[in-house]
Ligand binder design. Structure first.
Ligand code: PHE
Length: 348
């Protein structure tokens, strides 16, 4: 009787254990048969009612059934854990061939890129980079640059004066610098020749904004002072810079011009990148695009800064960065450089 009962329990329990597909199902089976109120436990409780000669045999059999069920539960539990682990691994597989997610990273503004490119060329030729104030004294912006009262650049209508009150633009007037040339004076006053510097920065003029003008723009000033410096050094240096920006066959043209602080003075044009000198809408039919003013530093300017013009000579130039950038990247409207539209800026 009990023997059949035990055999039946064993059979049913093993079947239920193997059928359990989840660990909680398996646990329920364990409770059902091996728990305090489980079926096997109930049979064992009957043991006392058996005749004494049957007890050891039944006891042994019951123990075997318990051992068999316990083993089967342990095994099934391991099997279920393996299945679960495999499923988890499969779900978490990383496909290393999938394209990554790109992080949006900003980059330098085209104006900054051109400044970096030009200053790099000069650094390669032994020049140092210096920077100076955008809010400047009229003395540095004009007077010390041999630009006396009466010069059109000094007019209220040409320059942003920020001197308080109704002040006449004398030397103590304060203004937004209209050129980077005051950096010539500031450098000469603080360094002894030989001097080789470039000074990039913002300058301000009362210009109406249009395709080629802006009340704020960038210049790079350059200056070399030493014994025996000539106009030929200026030409050689500037040609080198233009070639490194626009390629080996870029052409330059030096035209006589006037600046109060250089003598002789010139303007430098670069042959139009669009039409190669034939004349087109980009160069307004000229075939050439003006990029800078330059010249041999006026003896009066050298002298005013404590440099003897009989011993030393030097040249200086001031180039318009926006012009260079427009040519470099084929930008047709200067405004684009200041609007900060990412659709424009992303193209560089
Ligand atoms: N400062 C002049 C300008 O802005 C350019 C220049 C610089 C000319 C240095 C000669 C020497 O037009």
């Amino acid at each position: 009787m009990m023997k059949e009962q035990l055999a039946k329990i064993k059979e049913d329990a093993l079947a239920a254990i193997h059928a359990a597909g989840q660990s909680d199902e398996l646990d329920a089976v364990r409770v059902k048969y091996l728990g305090k109120k489980g079926e096997l436990t109930a049979v064992l409780k009957q043991m006392g009612k058996l005749p004494s000669e049957e007890r050891p045999v039944m006891g042994q059999m019951a123990n075997e059934v318990r051992a068999a069920l316990t083993d089967a539960i342990t095994e099934q539990s391991k099997a279920l854990a393996d299945v679960a682990l495999n499923l988890k691994l499969k779900a978490e597989t990383v496909d290393v061939t999938m394209p990554g997610q790109r992080q949006a990273v900003g980059h330098k503004h085209p104006i900054t890129m051109v400044i970096d490119e030009v200053t790099d060329v000069f650094i390669g030729m032994g020049f140092q980079v210096v920077e100076g104030p955008e809010v400047e004294l009229a003395a540095y912006n004009f007077t010390k640059l041999n630009t006396e009262e009466g010069h059109p650049g000094r007019e209220w209508t040409d320059t942003f004066y920020i001197t308080p009150g109704d002040v006449d633009p004398k030397n103590d007037a304060v203004l937004l610098r209209s050129q980077t040339s005051p950096m010539q004076v500031r450098t000469m006053e603080t360094r002894k020749p030989p001097i080789r510097i470039v000074a990039p920065g913002r300058v301000y003029r009362k210009d109406e904004a249009d395709a080629t003008h802006s009340p704020m723009f960038h210049q790079i000033e350059g200056m070399a002072i030493d014994k025996g410096i000539t106009m030929a050094d200026l030409k050689g240096t500037l040609n080198e810079v233009v070639k490194s920006l626009y390629g080996e066959d870029a052409q330059t043209r030096f035209r006589p011009h006037h600046f109060p602080f250089t003598e002789p003075s010139c303007e430098v044009d670069v042959q139009c990148f669009e039409c190669h000198g034939k004349g087109c809408s980009v160069c307004k039919g000229e075939g050439w695009i003006e990029v800078l003013g330059a010249g041999m530093i006026h003896p009066k300017v050298l002298e005013g800064c404590g440099i003897d013009p009989d011993v030393y000579s030097g040249w200086a130039f001031g180039m318009g960065v926006e012009r260079l950038a427009m040519m470099r990247y084929g930008i047709n409207n200067l405004k684009l450089c200041f609007e900060n539209d990412v659709r424009f800026l992303e193209q560089f």
